[in-house]
Design a protein around this ligand. Structure first.
Ligand code: HEM
Length: 232
């Protein structure tokens, strides 16, 4: 049974829509595409691997643009913060309770988001220039010298380990919030809605039109398609 304090807090808590549909669809599509890319690489199914990697590229390009023109909580300007704010967040979080509540990504999670997006961009981009030196070449290999192919192939193989580490850290952090801090970040990334403490007087975050997201996704897919075709 909830304590009096918890019951009062829950009675006064509101739910706000913090994550728009495009950001949520992006996230779970990215999880699927990265998982397929990793599994197919392990199983040596390289045509599937390349398709999954190109999908990651389209998704990340979409997210980078959505981070500039998209909904309020999806914008980098809304969540990317300097080291001082991250330290302040850590201090407030160690106090516990609602002192460190943030509507969108918290300043520490935001750092992870930016690193993940950049690393996935480099990983998917370098894959286009990667060769297995036997049978399979990435689609842009014919455009560059052997030395560039060799460097980018090494980068692509090395960074794959980095992605394991980053994804592991990311998922561990989400479960740390769930199990230790009793803060379920997963539900909002599924439903879009987050419980907001009553003292937090902010209005519902502004949402950008879904049609804009579709247009950006189409443009990102078109760009990747044109680049791949140019090399064919
Ligand atoms: C391949 C695996 C994964 C990748 C590459 C990945 C990547 C990302 C990225 C880029 C974001 C930022 C979303 C945005 O602002 O657009 C994010 C946020 C998030 N991810 Fe993942 N993710 C992965 C797996 C997972 C899994 C398995 C879970 C849950 C069990 C999860 C839960 C979350 C949550 C809850 C957030 C929002 C955190 C917050 O509220 O600040 N992710 N992830």
């Amino acid at each position: 049974m909830a304590s009096g304090h918890t019951a009062t807090r829950e009675k006064h808590a509101r739910e706000l829509r913090v994550w728009d549909l495009p950001t949520r669809l992006f996230h779970w599509a990215l999880v699927a595409a990265v998982a397929v890319a990793i599994l197919s690489a392990e199983l040596d199914m390289l045509s599937i691997h390349m398709l999954a990697g190109e999908t990651v590229l389209v998704l990340v390009l979409f997210r980078l643009v959505w981070g500039v023109v998209g909904s309020q909580t999806a914008r980098f300007a809304d969540f990317v913060r300097g080291p001082r704010t991250v330290l302040d967040y850590l201090r407030r979080s160690s106090v516990g309770g609602e002192a460190a509540f943030t509507l969108g990504h918290n300043p520490l999670g935001a750092m992870m988001v930016v690193v993940l997006l950049l690393v996935l961009l480099v990983q998917a981009g370098s894959g286009l220039f990667t060769s297995d030196d036997i049978l399979v070449d990435g689609p842009l290999v014919p455009l560059v010298s052997g030395a560039v192919v060799s460097t980018l192939s090494t980068l692509h193989r090395t960074l794959a380990n980095g992605i394991f580490v980053l994804v592991g850290l990311h998922v561990a952090a989400v479960f740390f919030y769930l199990l230790v801090k009793r803060d379920n970040l997963i539900r909002p990334m599924v439903t879009g809605r987050k419980r907001v403490p009553s003292r937090f007087a902010a209005p519902e975050p502004r949402r950008a039109p879904a049609m804009l997201a579709l247009a950006i996704l189409a443009a990102s897919a078109g760009l990747v398609f044109l680049v791949l075709r140019a090399a064919a």
